[in-house]
Design a protein around this ligand. Structure first.
Ligand code: HEC
Ligand code: HEC
Length: 437
């Protein structure tokens, strides 16, 4: 796809290499705070709301009642973590447990029984709900403890380089309501980065459908998930969540508050939860987050800018060409249309069959147990700067970008095979290109 001069200008104007921090100082947008910058153009009252929202994102909630922080009370009874930032570390991705003995910290285990609920979504377990909450306030009991057992396998690349891959097996202990049935479907999800999502919300349903219909290279297909919109009470195209199972940022954030922290909002009250989604229902039926705080939180996340790409040297330029030539861009699109703007998000927001090894076997609306949404790759070169223990892919199994690419299968197998056959020099160039994003 060729960009018009106007589209290029819009695209470039989205990024500036330095940013104004909350205290008015100007900093480089590529340091540890790279994922915390506001979109250029957020000024005045909008910038004030963004700052308020940043405080809500970082606040550690308490059960309450509390004299000193009454604003952030209402945690639980069941929860995973006390704050958004505890999982979205530095607004970036989370980290998987290193050892079998470690507790999960920025990871969720989603649960469901075969079949679908009344909205077409996953069918929750009657006692555990749709996610294992590993923590609880005093007087309540956590649903269980989660850790990973890592299973390692080796692969050899075309040039003889050996790479060790690891895959997690989920280990559950101390289950509060007894063992899970044999047919339970479990999916481990590591927290993704949360910047740039307001821009991605601007990609229209029509654009998604159009991209899904396009003829693409190799076996690449791409499907739109159709998911339940709580506000509109109908199925609409999904965009957020690792299986594109949430239609809007607002609903995604209300669900995070209810599911991950046990906090109700006027958007999602406990009694509006599906009958079987016990953890959601138990969050209560009066909003625990004030409407103004919820609004600020949504506008904060929507207002977070993707970091500006760094300049490409000659090697990274070769890598960019290789990325397109071997078929990576069929899914990680270099350009994405959003409300008259063109985004370099390196995603199509569509679902793709990624093969049996990445499959979680847990369908979510139209997404099958083998499908995942193409994750945006913008900002991926700064992952290590923001958090050097962060890991890649839906469950954090990949320690490096090379490992992440080598797990690609299904629709991405031809691209993966071409990557594995590259010379070391060209492979390094591709990685150097990813490093500039
Ligand atoms: C226990 C860890 C945890 C906590 C706490 C948490 N999240 Fe998340 N978040 C996740 C995971 C895991 C996903 C991926 C969910 C999925 O696909 O099922 C996610 C997904 C998201 C997404 C969608 C990202 C995308 O690319 O589509 C947003 C936005 C988000 N979270 C915001 C928040 C906000 C705001 C809060 C605080 C109210 C929060 N999260 C609290 C773990 C967490
Ligand atoms: C058929 C579509 C498709 C193609 C082709 C494809 N990818 Fe992906 N890519 C995905 C999906 C879907 C995921 C997420 C899989 C998961 O989390 O299990 C992903 C994940 C990734 C990740 C990890 C991102 C993260 O946030 O953890 C990287 C890096 C990546 N791809 C790079 C590449 C490169 C380089 C190529 C070309 C060799 C490529 N991809 C080809 C669909 C594709």
């Amino acid at each position: 796809m060729h960009l018009s001069a106007r589209a290029c200008a819009v695209l470039l104007s989205l990024w500036s290499s330095s940013v104004r921090a909350a205290d008015g100082t100007v900093t480089l947008a590529t340091g540890p705070a790279a994922y915390q910058q506001p979109l250029p153009g957020l000024t005045g009252g909008d910038f004030e709301t963004f700052r308020e929202g940043a405080g809500v994102f970082r606040a550690a909630w308490l059960k309450g009642p509390s004299i000193d922080t009454p604003r952030f009370t209402g945690l639980g009874p069941l929860f995973n973590r006390r704050s958004c930032v505890a999982c979205h570390i530095g607004n970036g991705r989370g980290e998987p447990p290193a050892e079998t003995s470690d507790q999960t910290r920025s990871l969720l285990i989603r649960l469901s029984l075969p079949g679908a609920d009344a909205t077409g979504g996953p069918r929750a377990h009657p006692a555990y709900g749709d996610q294992i909450q590993t923590d609880a306030v005093i007087g309540a009991k956590p649903e269980g403890r989660v850790s990973f057992h890592w299973v390692e396998t080796g692969v050899t690349l075309g040039d003889g380089t050996a790479v060790l891959l690891r895959r997690p097996e989920i280990v559950l202990r101390d289950l509060a309501h007894g063992p899970l049935p044999a047919e339970i479907q479990m999916s481990a999800r590591i927290s993704p980065a949360v910047f740039g999502l307001g821009l991605l919300e601007g990609v229209s349903g029509e654009t998604l459908t159009k991209m899904a219909r396009e003829k693409k290279a190799d076996e690449v297909r791409g499907r739109v998930n159709m998911v339940w919109d709580v506000g509109r009470k109908q199925a609409v195209p999904g965009r957020f969540g690792l299986k594109a199972n949430q239609p809007t940022l607002r609903q995604q954030i209300a669900a995070a508050l209810a599911g991950d922290m046990g906090i109700t909002s006027s958007f999602l009250l406990g009694d509006e939860c599906p009958a079987a989604a016990k953890d959601c229902r138990e969050a209560g039926s009066t909003p625990e987050i004030a409407d103004a705080d919820f609004e600020a939180l949504v506008r904060y996340v929507a207002g977070l800018a993707p970091p500006p790409p760094r300049p490409r040297d000659a090697v990274a330029a070769v890598g960019a060409k290789t990325f397109a030539d071997i078929g990576c861009a069929a899914c990680h699109r270099e350009t994405l249309e959003a409300q008259g703007t063109v985004l370099a998000a390196y995603t199509d927001l569509l679902l793709h069959d990624m093969g049996g090894d990445l499959a979680d076997g847990r369908p979510d609306f139209l997404a099958s147990g083998r499908e995942w949404r193409t994750p945006p790759l913008w900002g991926i070169g700064l992952v290590g700067t923001v958090n050097d223990t962060a890991a890649f892919l839906h469950d954090g199994r990949a320690r490096t970008l090379t490992e992440a690419i080598l797990w690609h299968d299904g629709e991405a197998k031809p691209a993966r095979d071409r990557f594995a056959r590259l010379s070391k020099e060209t492979r390094d160039a591709l990685l150097a290109f990813l490093g500039t994003l």
